[in-house]
Ligand binder design. Structure first.
Ligand SMILES: NC(=O)c1ccc[n+]([C@@H]2O[C@H](COP(=O)([O-])OP(=O)(O)OC[C@H]3O[C@@H](n4cnc5c(N)ncnc54)[C@H](OP(=O)(O)O)[C@@H]3O)[C@@H](O)[C@H]2O)c1
Length: 293
């Protein structure tokens, strides 16, 4: 994937952003990695990677970061002001040379989605399109890496918790595959105007994940489904804001209604690789699930 002008990667210190910068650098692509705090950028240092200090809340920093850029990866954290933050980048892109925006969205994005962040992502998709910018919308399903947040519980007690039904199928996707799709969309022609739904290779349940982890770790791991109100209380006890705890429960209810099991060919067709199965993810991150740190 050779490429001339640098690719601007926002969200570079996050889960997908880190994987994307690594993959682009390994492919010989030059990258401008936008970070709020350069002190957090040590892990991003790699051949062809320039660390650029900036903030989606600071439009002047975005004007500077977009200089000489033809393609942008747009991602920020799930937060109530994400439409405003990402809108600043869209406006800066309009002022600049109208670069192609590869927008990290979410499966199910739409104006009437039952979870707020899926409506927020849809709003930004619309803003990009209405600004007349070349766009590619990436709509991934649930990340396998979300389970790493329960690594300690799995390591110490052999258990993980959620409010999703134990037998609800979701086509969980590994973030490395999302990064692969993004890398190709950013560096090859033919992806403008497209919306890609990004899924893992199989629709799996939390009971399936527990069984796979048991085999990989060589010890029993079980999934415990908890009532939505108990899950909310637990999350808030760990400092999760109430709107987010409610959102995660609403997402689980949406999954329980059967919406998350779709399979697509995007990782193979666009990312040009075999999608990572949950068993491989479990092997790759076994140390996290074994270490009760
Ligand atoms: N988790 C899932 O299962 C799932 C599924 C589908 C879609 N998604 C979507 O995926 C996205 C999150 O992806 P992720 O997990 O890779 O992200 P992440 O690890 O949460 O990282 C968020 C990134 O956004 C950056 N950021 C936040 N505010 C910023 C600002 N004002 N200016 C510049 N950068 C800012 C953060 O930088 P700092 O390091 O400076 O904080 C960080 O690099 C969300 O949009 C979410 O809706 C998630």
């Amino acid at each position: 994937m050779p490429h001339g002008a640098p690719i601007l990667v926002t969200g570079a210190t996050g889960n997908i952003g880190r994987a994307l910068v690594k993959q682009l650098s390994a492919a010989g692509v030059t990258v401008k990695a936008l970070v709020r705090d350069p002190g957090k950028a040590a892990a991003l240092q790699a051949p062809g990677v320039e660390i650029v200090q900036g903030d989606l809340a600071d439009s002047a920093s975005l004007d500077a970061a977009l200089a000489g850029v033809d393609h942008v990866f747009l991602l920020s954290a799930m937060q109530p002001n994400q439409v405003e933050l990402q809108g600043n980048l869209v406006e800066a892109a309009r002022r600049a040379g109208r670069p192609h925006i590869v927008k990290l969205s979410v499966y199910g994005a739409g104006p009437d989605a039952p979870v707020p962040f899926a409506r927020w992502h849809w709003q930004t998709e619309q803003q990009i399109e209405q600004a007349g910018l070349p766009f590619t919308h990436l709509r991934p399903n649930n990340f396998m890496q979300n389970l790493l947040g329960q690594g300690r519980s799995i390591a110490a007690q052999g258990v993980f918790y959620d409010s999703i039904g134990a037998d609800t199928q979701v086509s969980q996707v590994d973030i490395r595959d999302i990064a692969a799709v993004a890398a190709h969309a950013l560096t090859e022609p033919g992806h403008a105007g497209k919306t890609y739904h990004i899924m893992g290779p199989e629709a799996i349940t939390n009971n399936d994940m527990a069984a796979t982890l048991s085999g990989v770790l060589g010890k029993p791991v079980r999934y415990v489904e908890v009532a939505a109100e108990d899950y909310k209380r637990t999350l808030m006890g760990y400092g999760v804001p109430e709107w987010l705890a409610d959102t995660l429960n609403a997402l689980n209810a949406y999954y329980d209604s059967g919406y998350g099991a779709e399979l697509t060919d995007t990782v193979r067709a666009v990312g040009k690789k075999e999608p990572i199965a949950f068993a491989q993810f479990a092997r790759d991150f076994a140390q996290t699930f074994k270490t009760p740190a």
